[in-house]
Design a protein around this ligand. Structure first.
Ligand code: ADP
Ligand code: MG
Length: 249
């Protein structure tokens, strides 16, 4: 297995299975993401990538197996779940900002409500994060006044504001106009360079090559290949991966 990061397991997915009715959507998934590691998950539509992300954040239950974040098993519900969820920053394809809150409020809400920060502290930190993702000058606006690329960068700042141990980004650039993709990928590359542990579902080869320590290729609910980006993109081993790459390259 490919190892990167500092070798200390942060997210452990151990023999996880999940069905939607008769559909076996996660098939005995095992993988360990170490602290500081960047894992890019790729694979055809419907292969279970989003379900895996959602299971790691407990937005989806699993049938059997075990998922731990920093050594703690995900509880089924309750206060423990809210706390553990706050350790996992999630960014979706569709931004999901609170439409009736300003950009700044989008970033301060979680820290005030879940982390118990004062409004002043939350705002100071939020402004620093908005600066980091390059949208500090938009802080007073409503999300709808921003471009898609700006909104997605706010969504990343909002997730970072909770000081997560790991960031999960599920196709964060798929809903963006082409000219906005790079501004979001650049922020993600910056996070990776700063040592953030990340699981990113993305078919952006440039990002994977630049930032990923490891590529997980999924098909039909299973991890079919696991390799460095260099290895995977230049020398995919399975026919499924070869076929998939021939379609997206
Ligand atoms: P991917 O993100 O790789 O495109 P998903 O994890 O979204 O794949 O979906 C995997 C499979 O599970 C697909 O066949 C999808 O239709 C199915 N699926 C996803 N969510 C649900 C759900 N809530 N109920 C039933 N089937 C679902
Ligand atoms: Mg998906």
């Amino acid at each position: 297995m490919v190892q990167a990061g500092n070798g200390e397991p942060l997210v452990v997915v151990d023999h996880v299975n999940k069905h939607f009715g008769a559909l076996h959507v996660l098939k005995d998934i095992c993988t360990t993401v170490t602290r500081g590691e960047v894992v890019v998950v790729i694979g055809p539509s419907g292969s279970g990538k989003s379900t895996l992300c959602r299971a790691i954040n407990r937005l989806e239950t699993i049938d059997d197996g075990l998922i731990t974040i920093d050594g703690t098993e995900l509880p089924k519900e309750g206060a423990g779940l809210a706390k553990l969820r706050a350790d996992v920053g999630m960014v979706f394809q569709s931004f999901n900002l609170f439409a009736h809150k300003t950009v700044l409020q989008n970033v301060t809400l979680g820290p005030i409500k879940v982390r118990g920060l004062s409004k002043a502290d939350a705002e100071t930190r939020a402004m620093a994060l908005l600066e980091r993702v390059g949208v500090a000058n938009q802080a007073k606006k409503m999300p709808s006044q921003l471009s898609g690329g700006q909104q997605q960068r706010v969504a990343i700042a909002r997730a970072l504001a909770m000081e997560p141990k790991v960031m999960l980004l599920d196709e964060p650039t798929s809903a963006l106009d082409p000219e906005m993709i790079n501004e979001v990928l650049d922020v993600m590359v910056g996070l990776a360079k700063d040592g953030m542990t990340m699981i990113v579902v993305s078919h952006e080869m440039g990002f994977a090559r630049k930032a990923a320590d490891r590529v997980l290729f999924m098909a039909e609910g299973a991890i079919v290949e696991e390799a460095t980006p260099e290895e995977f993109f230049t020398n995919p081993k399975s026919d499924r991966a070869k076929d998939f790459l021939s379609k997206i390259l």
